[in-house]
Design a protein around this ligand. Structure first.
Ligand code: SAM
Length: 282
């Protein structure tokens, strides 16, 4: 486990480039970011003025998806690419919906700063018997799953909600996301739920927006995480053909919107797609 000094060293050594995790944190109103991240975010905002709202859309989808998973009887969550804790973390939402406080949450990210901050947040707000954060890489599935199994927090033989929210747009097709998702889907027990969302380049409103999304990917080439947008058709394969919970794979604001949902009146402007699928019995 990373200690405080290691985490600090890792963070300091990563300040030569913007970090996608810290940029996202800035966009959704967090405070775990540096000038290099904020300057990058403002450059993005000049080209895509609603980028902050796209990030907020992803975060809000996460909260609503966790609520629905708990409502569907899930008590275990593995959150891969959990990012920097702000409000509305998975364990907070789950405990709010299920006051019995019997939900277990494992946070996983490969950014040192994310682990450092998750560890601090959990020390303040969580129950160490049920909530934990570890560093692992989504792209190293066997190692990651070994750590999930060994965490003492998650029973991998029972249903889990596997949350990979706003992460797949950092996995390019040449990194073999199909094999990665197949690996994770195969590990899950029947009845598990798979929560996935990502930014989309589906139906840009005009040529300028189409080009702005191309430019966005070019900007992210200078950060710790490179971007890759997908249409709904390209993204739907990651659910492996499992039955989808209603309303299926949709623009995220159209997925069980509530009174806080940004773009609720115009979901396709959100540039974020998401859905939840259930692993069927064999
Ligand atoms: C846009 S943030 C999303 C945070 C959170 N899931 C949410 O929806 O609010 C993407 C996160 O994915 C993490 N990430 C990207 N690639 C990863 C990888 N290969 N393994 C683990 N985490 C990764 C980044 O460090 C970042 O924290």
């Amino acid at each position: 486990m990373l200690d405080h000094d290691d985490a600090l060293k890792a963070v300091e050594s990563s300040l030569d480039r913007p970090s996608a995790a810290r940029v996202y944190d800035y966009f959704i109103g967090g405070s775990t970011n540096y000038a290099i991240d904020r300057n990058f975010a403002e450059m993005v905002r000049l080209r895509l003025p609603l980028m902050g709202d796209y990030c907020l859309t992803s975060r809000q989808f996460l909260g609503r998806a966790v609520r629905q998973c708990v409502g569907a009887g899930i008590t275990q969550f593995v959150d891969i690419g959990s990012g920097l804790p702000t409000a509305g973390n998975v364990h907070e939402v789950a405990d709010e919906v299920r006051p019995d406080e019997d939900t277990h949450v494992l946070y996983i990210d490969n950014e040192p700063i994310a682990l450092a901050h998750s560890t601090l947040l959990l020390a303040d707000t969580a129950d160490p018997a049920r909530h934990h954060a570890i560093a692992a890489d989504f792209l190293q599935p066997e190692d990651l799953w070994d750590r999930v199994s060994a965490s003492g927090i998650i029973d991998v033989d029972l249903p889990i909600a596997l949350v990979i929210n706003a992460v797949m747009h950092f996995v390019k097709d040449d990194q073999d996301p199909d094999a990665l998702l197949t690996f994770y889907r195969e590990r899950l027990a029947p009845g598990s739920l798979l929560v996935l969302s990502q930014m989309t380049n589906e139906n840009p409103v005009n040529e300028d927006e189409r080009q702005a999304l191309v430019d966005l990917l070019e900007y992210y080439e200078t950060t710790t995480n490179h971007g890759f947008l997908r249409t709904k058709d390209e993204f739907s394969r990651f659910f492996g053909g499992w039955p989808m919970l209603a309303p299926g794979l949709v623009y995220a604001p159209a997925w069980h919107p509530d009174e806080h949902t940004v773009f609720a009146g115009s979901p396709s402007e959100s540039r974020v797609i998401g859905g939840v699928a259930r692993k069927p019995a064999p």
